[in-house]
Design a protein. Structure first.
Lengths: 131, 343
């Protein structure tokens, strides 16, 4: 694991805290900054550092474990595991995510971004660039 | 000057020196227990500190003047002790009022708490310094002493005396258990404020030093109580008689050493770090409004941290808004209960 890996939480965001944590972790996993064999901090440690309830972090870890990224270790946090292929997800979940993307695209157009700019930004994000 | 006047002068002077130094007993960007901008701490904040110190020293001077101007009470009348109590308490009240006033003024310049919290994903070392085996050493010392007492029970002044001599050892075991529990919870239940870099490393060193102090207090307690216990047995009494100071001296020296080190590196070890290295961190990641009584107590039921860095003084204090902290507070009463039952 490289140094400087961090997770952030915006208290003003409408996104639930556990989802913000899971999103940050997933980004590190997808971009390869967290590799198989790496250990994440124990639930309590991360919860105390972020000032949230233990269940919030536990829920984020559980979410990523369900997606096949993490193996939960009792009292030792969670370990990153090899994930050869994405877990098969239901059509409904993909539809749900695409609907969210459509809402975001509409919001971006309403603040003045053109379709071309949105497509370009999406392409960059899909390739791992930071917003 | 009477001995009461000398005692009063000493207490008032030490009190004034402590209150004088108190603004330095916090992180560099915390002034009078309030998170302030660097520009304020380096500018108008200094004037606030100067005024606060002027009140503290004026209070001390007034207390000393009162004690010198008042006629000396008759020896043995009890009025001397009462006078000392009134003057010393009054002096402390003035200093505390000066602190609270400065705290209120500093709050007008407080930095609003950040909506963004950041944490490192690198697991940190939360083990006890020296490992678990080192941590249980005090129990081994107490157990070995108990075995010696049992072996030499015929050598004790009388049978009752032998049985009584187990009392301090049992008390020691309870006290050491309390210290170890505090050490473990401090190592695991404290927030890491700086995420990475030199500031984070300094903070981790500071935390581990505090944990080590708790473990060593356990050792000092075990050795001291063992020495006192063995002193009452004839076989060891002659060797140990009057040499308890040999145990106490290193403890006192160590305490002075730690106090000096903490004063040098500052709260959270942050004064030993360059401003550039700690620029990413501002404050101590606790909201100002959760600090009560001028920053002396931290009450935040929404914070999962059991321990947080003190805003006044070095080291850590309990988050009394956290229910698990009250379990620890309850445990701190265990030695009192043990003393009541054993002595």
């Amino acid at each position: 694991m490289t140094g400087g890996l961090r997770v952030s939480l915006n208290l003003e965001s409408h996104t639930p805290a556990y989802r913000q944590i899971a999103n940050d972790l997933r980004r590190h996993l997808v971009e390869g900054r967290l590799k198989p064999g790496d250990l994440l901090p124990p639930v309590r440690q991360l919860a105390v550092d972020l000032g949230v309830h233990f269940n919030t972090v536990a829920l984020a870890y559980r979410m990523l474990a369900d997606e096949g990224w993490l193996e939960l270790k009792r009292r030792r946090g969670a370990g990153v595991i090899a994930r050869n292929s994405p877990r098969a997800v239901g059509r409904l979940q993909v539809d749900h995510l695409l609907r969210q993307l459509a809402h975001i695209a509409a919001e971006l157009r309403s603040v003045g971004m053109t379709s071309r700019q949105i497509s370009s930004a999406l392409r960059r994000l899909a390739q791992g660039a930071r917003p | 000057m009477t001995s009461a006047s000398w005692a009063m002068t000493l207490v008032v002077t030490v009190n004034a020196i402590l209150f004088h130094a108190m603004p330095r007993f916090s992180r560099p960007d915390i002034l009078f227990a309030v998170t302030v901008p660097d520009a304020f701490a380096a500018g108008a904040g200094r004037t606030l500190v100067w005024r606060y110190r002027a009140i503290v020293w004026s209070g001390a001077a007034a207390a000393l003047a009162i004690s010198l101007l008042l006629p000396s009470p008759l020896p043995g009348s009890g009025r001397g002790a009462l006078l000392v109590l009134i003057v010393v308490t009054g002096n402390m009240m003035v200093a505390l009022a000066a602190w609270l006033l400065a705290h209120r003024k500093a709050r007008a310049h407080a930095v609003p708490p950040s909506d963004v919290r950041v944490a490192s994903l690198v697991p940190r070392d939360t083990s006890l310094p020296g490992g678990a085996l080192f941590a249980v050493g005090p129990f081994a010392i107490l157990l070995a002493t108990a075995l010696l007492v049992y072996t030499y029970q015929d050598d004790a002044p009388d049978r009752t005396g032998t049985i009584r001599s187990f009392g301090p050892l049992a008390f020691g075991a309870v006290y050491v258990a309390m210290m170890l529990t505090m050490a473990v919870s401090l190592a695991r239940g404290t927030r890491q404020i700086a995420v990475d870099g030199l500031a984070a490393a300094a903070e981790q060193r500071f935390r581990r030093m505090n944990v080590l102090v708790l473990v060593l207090v356990g050792y000092a307690t075990a050795i001291l109580l063992s020495a006192v216990t063995l002193e009452s047995i004839r076989a060891f009494g002659d060797t140990l008689s009057g040499r308890v100071w040999l145990v106490l001296l290193p403890v006192v020296l160590f305490n002075f050493g730690v106090a000096f080190w903490m004063f040098r590196v500052g709260q959270g070890g942050q004064r030993a770090v360059s401003p550039a290295a700690r620029q990413e961190v501002h404050g101590d990641a606790t909201p100002d409004h959760a600090w009560k009584v001028g920053g002396l107590f931290y009450f935040n039921p929404h914070d999962s941290a059991i321990w947080v860095e003190k805003r006044v003084g070095f080291g850590y204090t309990l988050n009394i808004g956290n229910s698990r902290a009250w379990l620890l507070i309850g445990m701190m009463l265990a030695p009192v209960v043990a003393a009541r039952l054993l002595f």
